[in-house]
Write a protein that binds this ligand. Structure first.
Ligand code: ATP
Length: 439
């Protein structure tokens, strides 16, 4: 399928995110930090909705999914067992002339050609760079106190596998989900939220028997694609890309990426991997603790296989922004609109009194909608057209106008963000109307 044209560019999104309070460069008043961002009020709401949508999508017919929240810092021994100390490297190269550093596998780098930054061809040797952030716990700095900020959330799941099994009354197959921060000292963070040094991941580790693993891997691929469909992402911009044998990570047997067509090309949005029994076996070997499961039917113990689905909250956030960004014409002007799925829109509705004189009555309606648990805005300043534009730009699906007739007919006008059509409905139907769309 040929991806549809988009009016979104990275520059437009970066500017919109800052202008509207979705994302700010971190520590900006000190010049910012490359690859690190802070989330503003609207960004927090959007992220929360994305996470809820993801969690809800994990319900499935194969088995139960429980959630944990593991620590961000892990001891050296854990990262040795997981293979991260040995393998979590990216190949890097430096330009001796301008001192810029690059990832060798970066699409824009060809080491047979001159440096894209200064035009000279004076490369260093290729070296391996471990992307984990290292620290020491307490005042002594030796290998025993060495610890690392996690580069993925998954290991917290594996080391807690037995704790969860013995406390949650779950049976194989079942899943452990986790949403949390991960840290990677990326050589060249870029493309805004696409490649960051501090980011959030949503990961599901699905534990099953070896003989079911391939089938469950395929089931999860389908389920994950259903998730993106129900989120409303343009399917012409999505594809699955199975990994070639030579690009598989150290832990995986088979892996398929969910890719999205960004303005900078087809890129990974999510990785789905059949990890075999690598993780639990490694932790058994290094910790010398038994992480096997007893099978009542066969009367034998086995080490479960794992199917993993891993997507970055921030990368999905950026994808949703690209996907929903649009420009069209309204009242003879170009309007910017974020066509978010209403379920994930940060603000669901805005109550707009046509005149400030109507504010007290309109505020009552606003409070009632908020009380119903629906994120709502109240805006009484500027022309009604300007107020519509403000809400379109942040993706609010519905604007509710309280006008001079509202007092008499007990009705308001609801305007749909996408079609810009307006509908008159009675005030007591507003909340059920919104609830019906958001359920
Ligand atoms: P890439 O090839 O893009 O570096 P990866 O294969 O290293 O990604 P995984 O380790 O599979 O990524 O991580 C799972 C998911 O976490 C990715 O699909 C992506 O959504 C997210 N992710 C990984 N690294 C970053 C990052 N530096 N910034 C933002 N999100 C990230």
């Amino acid at each position: 399928m040929v991806p549809k044209e988009t009016k979104a560019t990275l520059d437009k999104l970066v500017a919109l995110c800052k202008r509207k309070g979705f994302i700010f460069p971190s520590a900006e008043i000190y010049g910012g930090v490359n690859g690190i961002y802070d989330t503003g009020p609207l960004g927090v709401l959007l992220k929360r909705n994305i996470k809820t949508f993801w969690l809800n999508s994990l319900k499935n017919k194969l088995g139960k999914v429980v959630e944990i929240d593991g620590a961000l810092i892990g001891p050296r021994a854990m990262w040795e067992a997981s293979g991260h100390i040995e393998n979590f490297h990216d190949p890097m190269i430096d330009c001796l002339n301008c001192k810029k550093r690059f990832r060798v596998d970066d699409d824009n780098i060809d080491i047979n050609k001159p440096c894209p930054s200064c035009g000279k061809k004076e490369w260093t040797e290729i070296r391996q760079f471990n992307m984990m952030f290292k620290t020491n716990l307490g005042a002594t700095a030796d290998q025993a106190t060495e610890a690392y900020l996690r580069p993925e959330t998954a290991q917290a799941v594996f080391v807690n596998f037995k704790n969860v099994m013995s406390t949650s009354r779950v049976k194989i197959p079942f899943g452990i989900a986790q949403i949390g921060k991960s840290f990677r000292n990326e050589i060249t963070p870029k493309q805004f939220l696409f490649r960051m040094r501090e980011f959030e991941q949503m990961e599901l580790e699905w534990f099953c028997k070896e003989e079911d693993a391939r089938n469950h891997f395929d089931c999860w691929i389908n389920k994950r694609m259903d998730f993106y469909k129900s989120l409303g992402l343009d399917q012409s911009r999505m594809r699955l890309r199975p990994h070639e044998a030579n690009e598989l990570a150290h832990y995986s047997t088979i892996c398929t990426d969910v890719e999205y067509h960004f303005p900078f090309g087809w890129k990974e949005l999510e990785g789905i991997a059949h990890r075999g029994c690598f993780d639990l076996s490694q932790h058994m070997k290094y910790s010398k603790k038994d992480l096997s499961v007893y099978d009542e039917e066969t009367k034998e113990s086995f080490i479960p296989n794992v199917v993993e689905s891993s997507v970055g909250v921030d990368r999905l956030f950026l994808t949703i922004l690209f996907d929903s960004y649009d420009e069209d014409e309204a009242d003879g002007e170009i309007r910017t609109v974020l066509r978010f799925n209403p379920k994930i829109a940060p603000i669901k509705a805005a109550v707009l009194p046509l005149s400030k004189k109507l504010s007290p009555q309109a505020e009552k309606l606003f409070e009632a909608i908020e009380q119903a648990g629906i994120e709502t805005d109240f805006d009484e300043s500027g022309s009604i057209g300007k107020r519509y534009r403000r809400q379109d730009e942040i993706g609010t699906p519905f604007c509710i106008t309280y006008d001079f007739e509202s007092d008499q007919d007990n009705s308001v006008t609801i305007r749909d963000r996408d079609s810009m059509k307006q509908e008159r409905i009675s005030i007591d139907k507003v909340i059920p109307y919104l609830q019906n769309i958001l359920k």
